[in-house]
Design a protein around this ligand. Structure first.
Ligand SMILES: [Zn+2]
Length: 140
């Protein structure tokens, strides 16, 4: 489900909250993977070859992959949440996160977008304040 559909379904506040929870679960996974790596490396005895050493090194390798993936996901999800969150207040009345999505899209097709500007990494949202009906674009 894309960002606009998810925000329409649960509202911006819940979407933002879930993004923060998601990103911090990834950070926790990354941290636990690091602990797993340290614990397994402490048990590895390179002088002894056998299935135990091989299994421990395989666990270290898998934990390192999981740690790298989790760290990347943490940064990506948090950056996306902050990108939308930084523009979620109405520019006219400063009401936070109370808007309706009028349109959405990706790339340089969005309203108020400079044609010289490079493509956005996230979809743009054209939104309207529920309190004062001012329209603006997310992210800027
Ligand atoms: Zn407003």
């Amino acid at each position: 489900m894309d960002i606009a559909a998810r925000i329409r379904l649960v509202g911006f506040r819940k979407w933002y909250e879930r993004q923060l929870i998601d990103s911090h679960l990834s950070l926790t996974t990354c941290f636990l993977s690091g602990i797993t790596i340290a614990a397994c490396l402490e048990e590895v005895r390179l002088a002894e070859t056998g299935w135990r050493t091989t299994a421990l090194l395989a666990i270290v390798f898998a934990a390192a992959l999981l740690c790298a993936y989790s760290w990347r996901r943490y940064l990506t999800v948090l950056e996306r949440a902050e990108t939308y969150g930084s523009r979620s207040s109405c520019p006219a009345c400063r009401t936070y996160a109370r808007f309706d999505i009028l349109a959405s899209g990706s790339g340089t097709q969005g309203p108020y977008l400079d044609p010289e500007e490079t493509a956005l990494p996230y979809p743009w949202l054209r939104v309207r304040c529920r309190k004062c009906a001012t329209a603006w674009r997310l992210p800027d």
